[in-house]
Design a protein around this ligand. Structure first.
Ligand SMILES: [Zn+2]
Length: 274
C-alpha cells in the first residue's frame, strides 16, 4: 500500500480527514473467535450489565423478570439472575447456571420457577437463540392487554415488522414448561412475542440483541399506545416496512445499540463485572 494513503489529509480549514475513508457497514455482524471460557465470560458480562440497563429503563417491576444466556460449553444450560435480587445490583458473580432439569449447577439460588419454565422451553426450541429477555415493563404490559400485534407505525417499529408473535392464552403465572413450549411456539423463528395480558419477550443470537430488542419492543409498544391514544395513526405500507426491517432489524445493529449502553454502564458501575 502506498504510504501516501496512510497520511491523514488536513483541509485548509483545519479538519483532519481519515486516510482511508472506506464505507463501514454498522450493521455487519462482528466476527468473533473466542475460546469457550472467553465466550462464557463475554456473555456473563453483557448479561449482568443488561439487568442494570433494564433497571435504568424502569423494567424492574417487583420480582418479575429474567434474562437468560445459553452457556457456550453446555448448550442445554443457561445463565440467569437469582430471584429477588434487584436488577440494579446484579453482578457477574451473582448469575446462576441452570441445567435442563431446572437445577442450579453453579451459584446460589433461589431460581425463579417462571424463568425456568419460559426460558428453558425457548432455549430448547430455538438452538439459534443465545439469549432471551422477559420482564413486566409498563408499555409492553399495557400493549399486551390489546391482544394484537404491533403495526409498523414508525421506522423504529419496523424492526418488528412480521417479526414478532402473539401468545393469547394467559393462564396465570407460567410455572410449567409445557406452557413455556407453547410460548416458544408463538415466538416461532421471530425476535419477539407479545404475551397477552402479561408482557413481552424477546430472543436473539446474542445477549446484546435480545436485550436491545427488548428495549426496542417496549418502545414500539409505547409508541403505538401514544399514537392510538392521540388519534388514528397511519402505518407504513408493507413493502416499505419490509425493506426497513431488512435495513435495521438485524442482530448486528442491535448489538451496537446495546454496546453503547453497556460501555457507559461498565464505566460508571465497574462492580457489575465482579
Ligand atoms: Zn412474566
Amino acid at each position: 500500500m502506498s504510504a501516501v494513503l496512510t497520511i491523514p489529509h488536513r483541509t485548509p480549514g483545519g479538519l483532519v480527514l481519515n486516510p482511508n475513508p472506506q464505507r463501514q457497514d454498522w450493521f455487519d455482524e462482528p466476527e468473533t473467535h473466542r475460546t469457550v471460557e472467553a465466550e462464557r465470560r463475554y456473555r456473563q458480562e453483557r448479561l449482568a450489565g443488561a439487568f442494570r440497563i433494564f433497571a435504568k429503563y424502569g423494567f424492574d417491576q417487583g420480582l418479575a423478570g429474567h434474562i437468560t444466556a445459553r452457556d457456550p460449553e453446555l448448550p442445554d444450560h443457561f445463565w440467569v439472575n437469582p430471584f429477588g435480587l434487584h436488577f440494579s445490583r446484579v453482578k457477574v458473580s451473582d448469575l446462576l447456571l441452570v441445567n435442563a432439569r431446572g437445577e442450579i449447577a453453579v451459584g446460589r439460588g433461589p431460581l425463579n420457577r417462571a424463568a425456568f419454565a419460559i426460558h428453558a422451553a425457548i432455549h430448547e426450541a430455538r438452538p439459534d437463540v443465545v439469549a432471551a429477555a422477559h420482564t413486566h415493563s409498563l408499555y409492553g404490559k399495557a400493549w399486551s392487554s390489546h391482544g394484537r400485534k404491533l403495526d409498523p407505525l414508525t421506522q423504529d417499529s419496523c424492526v418488528f415488522h412480521e417479526d414478532h408473535g402473539l401468545f393469547e392464552d394467559f393462564n396465570g403465572v407460567v410455572y410449567e414448561t409445557d406452557e413455556g413450549a407453547r410460548i416458544a411456539e408463538a415466538l416461532g423463528p421471530r425476535k419477539g412475542v407479545i404475551l397477552k395480558n402479561h408482557g413481552i419477550l424477546t430472543a436473539g443470537p446474542t445477549v446484546e440483541a435480545a436485550a436491545w430488542w427488548y428495549i426496542a419492543l417496549d418502545n414500539a409498544c409505547h409508541t403505538q399506545l401514544l399514537a392510538e391514544a392521540a388519534g388514528t395513526p397511519q402505518p407504513i405500507p408493507h413493502a416499505m416496512a419490509a425493506l426497513t426491517h431488512e435495513q435495521i432489524g438485524r442482530p448486528g445493529g442491535a448489538a451496537r445499540a446495546f454496546d453503547a449502553l453497556w460501555q457507559g454502564l461498565v464505566e460508571s458501575e465497574p462492580e457489575v463485572l465482579q
